[in-house]
Structures are given as structure tokens and as C-alpha cells.
Design a protein around this ligand. Sequence first.
Ligand code: TYD
Ligand code: MG
Length: 471
Amino acid sequence: MAKTRTVFTCQDCGHHSPRWQGRCSGCGAWNTLVEERSASFSTTSATDQPLVPAVPVTELAADELSAEPTGIDEVDRVLSGGLVPGSVTLLGGEPGIGKSTLLLQIAASVADNGHRVLYLSGEESPEQIRLRAERLGALHPRLWLAPALTIGELAAHLAAVKPDLVLIDSIQTLHDPSLSSAPGSVAQIRECTAAIVAEAKASGVATILVGHVTKDGALAGPRVLEHLVDTVLSFDGDRSHGLRLLQAHKHRFGTTAELGVFEMSDRGLTAVADPSQLFLADRRPGVAGTMVVPTLEGRRPLLVEVQALVQRSNLPTPRRSAQGFDTTRLGLLLAVLSQQCRLPDLPSADVFAMVVGGVRISEPGADLGLVMAVVSSVANAPLPPGLVAVGEVGLAGEVRQVAHCEQRLREAARLGFRKAVVPASYEGSNAGMAIKRVATVPDAIRAGFPEYYPDTDVGTATMATPAELLD
Ligand code: TYD
Ligand code: MG
């Protein structure tokens, strides 16, 4: 057996202390230190391992860490090919987003490829999972189900089934009874994960752990798990829409730049082959306050529609509502707009902005598109059809370069867009589009509304007065 040593661990930040303290010296939280001991599998209990000597990198044999495809293309794309034997993957997402569904579909596909899969659930009974498997067409003799609540049960099932892939739903329901802390606590989650990682490395079984995230997006059991596992995937989307995005935030065996797009239907998750087309399907061109923006999710360019609605407010503090954007970013862009374009009535107007389709934009490339949509709503003038805009907006109203601009333009061109407003410093090809390079927000607005600002010679045109725009 492993030697066990008592340590006190902060339940908030995971800081260790040899003594109990009222206040954690790591994060300063009060009464968060809990006594605990290390968990260990009986099969992987060697602690005093012999020293592995250091060798020159050139003398190491290339490891046969080849990824095994899961058979679900969108998952394999995000995992840079598939699951590596002995790897541990953490799949995080809000409750109800579809983690168990995805897991079961992966299980069925891997079992279909001739592997043994063990699905351990502490959340649903095997009968419930069977029902779902039936609906998803995932009934397969090589897919084994068992309830597992303790690390001991997990080890016993692993020994009995000898799977090639084990799925654990979820890490929060698993606990080690030899630890004094409560199930679901940070100490339990971390120690169980550490034991699972050790077991996976020793046995070469690929493992996927489900972890619920809290409302603010943190994995419950803060970020203490992220450094333990090889891969961290997030599964998210707007629950009122069918769209689900799978992304890697950490991946030891490949890039984190890929994006998997799914749609949740009554037969489970189906791959979305052309997400841009899906996002633009219900678009009504020629309406004021809307703009199409080629954004980047990971490395994948996605065309989305941003919308803005500006109206006079009768509230002392006007409303600022952003869906799919950061509200602070919206406030910042409105401040820039009212300063740079002389729109002093904007601060006292209600502004609603959203990204259509339940997408969340977290990169600055959509700034310019949003700004133009706001102006379009203020002026009640639609932007020209077939126009897209790319660029980050700085506090001084300058339009800045964004990553992979050319790739974004190609995606826009593929979907039939023929004009683009891009940062002045853009040096790539025009991807078959008519391109207008702009250095500032006012330049971009002149380029977007040629009939209002026919004098597109940058620097000479003057903006409409705020009264004109807001009436
Ligand atoms: P689930 O996978 O249980 O979510 P999680 O494990 O992340 O908590 O699925 C959540 C929702 O998905 C559930 O409320 C119903 C819906 N759903 C479908 O729409 N279609 C399906 O085929 C399945 C299995 C679930
Ligand atoms: Mg679930």
C-alpha cells in the first residue's frame, strides 16, 4: 500500500499546508482547509519507484502515441485525430448541455470499431442509460454499463471488464471513502482524478471524465483538474438553441485550435457540416441594424450575424444588453462610437446587441461589425447587401489587425459575400472580394454607408449630426 501522509488542503484553491490554519495562505480564504490523505489504487501503489535516468532527446525512441479515431468526425477533429491510449480527457460543460449524450455516442462509435468500452455513471442508473442508448441507436454488446460511486468500484470494474476506453460520468459523483472530505469537494475530485490518471497511464486505457461547470464557467473543483489531465474539452452552446460547440482548451497531443459543431436533435447530436450556412439561414438582408461578421472559433472561420437595436431611453440609466458578447466590450465600443463619431446621444439611448444563433463571440474581430450594426440601427439605414466587416476597434477609434483575416475573407467569399471592410494594415489577398481598407471607425462608417457619405475620400467627409441620426 502507498504511504499516506496527512495534509490540509484548501477547498477553494487547492493549496496544501502541513498544519491546519484558519486562513489559507494560498488564496486568503477563511475556513477552507480540510484534512486529507492521498488516494491510491491498490494496483498502482508503488511510491518509491527507481529513478529513471535522463537521456538525450535524440536517443529516445519515438513513442507510439498514435491517436485512435473515435469515429465521430467532429470529435476526432477537435482531438487532432482521436483518443490516445492511456490519455485522460476532461469533458466540461454546464448541466443539461449534452455531455452524457456525447459520451454515449462516442461509446457506441468506439464499440462499433471493435473496442471494449466501459461507461460508468454515478448520475444515472444503467437502466436509464440503456433507455437513452436505445434512442440514440447505441445498443452494442461491447458497451458495458455499471454504476460507480467510489474509486474502489471503478478499479474493480476496470479489472473485470478490461476496456479499451472508460467513460466516467461524472468526476463530481466519484469519491474515495478513505478521504475525510465530503464527496464532490475539491480534495475528493482532485485525489480521484489523480488516481484515475495514474491508473490510465499504468494500464494504457483511454479515459474520458465528465466534469460539470458552474454558472461562471469554472469547472467545479476550480481549475485544479486541468493540470492533471492531458486534454480539457469544453462543450457549450445556448440551451434554447440546438447548437453545441466542442473545443479543446488544453491538448497535450495536438492543437487546441479546432472546433467541433453539433446540433442537438431528438436523435442525439448530429454533426453540422457547414455551420456558417446554418447561422445565416434565417437572415433577412437589407434590414437596418444587422451585419455579417466572419469570426474565428479556434482556427475555424464562422460567419455569424450580429444585430443591434438602438432606441431613445426613458430610463435614468439606459439599458445595455449584450447576448453572445461581453457587456463590458459593448459598453466600450459604444463609448468609442459616441466619442469618435460625434454621437453624444448614444450614452442616453437603450442599446441591445446580440449574435444570432446562440453563438458566443469572445474574440475582438467582431468589434467593427458590431459598431457598424449599431450605427446602422441609429441611422435606420441598412448596410449594403453582401458586405462583411472584420477588425478590432481600439479606444482611440482605430481599426486594428486581427488574426487570420484572409481565412475569414475566404469563408465570407465562399458564402457569396462580395464586399469587405478590413483594417488598413491588412496585407493579405482580397479573396475575390472588393476590399475597403479603413484606419478608423469613421472611415469604416463612410465605407459602409456610401449613400449617406458619398464622399468616401477618407478625412474630408463629415459625420451626420447626432440629432439627424437619432431622430
Ligand atoms: P444530457 O446529455 O443528459 O446532458 P448533460 O449530461 O450535459 O447534463 O442531455 C441534456 C439534454 O439533451 C436533455 O435535457 C435532453 C436533450 N436531448 C435531446 O434533445 N435529444 C437526445 O437525443 C438526447 C439524448 C437528449
Ligand atoms: Mg449527464
